[in-house]
Write a protein of this length. Structure first.
Length: 116
């Protein structure tokens, strides 16, 4: 059974940092690209960042470029999202995604709230 468990969310003031983690189990982690998505209240889920299986190619949404960094540790089956200079518009539920071809797995998400 595949499980993706996010942690690290919480309440933070604008301008502050937060680091999210996503621990994976039940899959061959190093074979999957890993991504973060977020969903703000009343809005559709949107892409945030992705890292390829080996960690040498990363893509980001324009809205987070220069502020967020995605990384992975294949020895720990974990992907991270370092978020700096947070803005109120970064508020939402952040979900972890593992993908390989047509296969997608999702975590339950962790709430991030940025106060102004």
């Amino acid at each position: 059974q595949v499980q993706l468990v996010e942690s690290g969310g919480g309440l933070v003031q604008a301008g502050g940092p937060l680091r999210l983690s996503c621990a994976a189990s039940g899959l061959s982690f190093s074979l999957y690209a890993m991504a973060w998505f977020r969903q703000a209240p009343g809005k559709e889920r949107e892409f945030v960042a992705e890292v390829n299986w080996i960690g040498d190619r990363k893509t980001y949404a324009d809205s987070v470029k220069g502020r967020f960094t995605i990384s992975r540790d294949n020895t720990k089956n974990t992907v991270y999202l370092q978020m700096n200079s947070l803005k109120p518009e970064d508020t939402g539920v952040y979900s972890c995604n593992a993908n390989r071809g047509p296969v997608n797995y999702w975590g339950q998400g962790t709430q991030v709230t940025v106060s102004s």
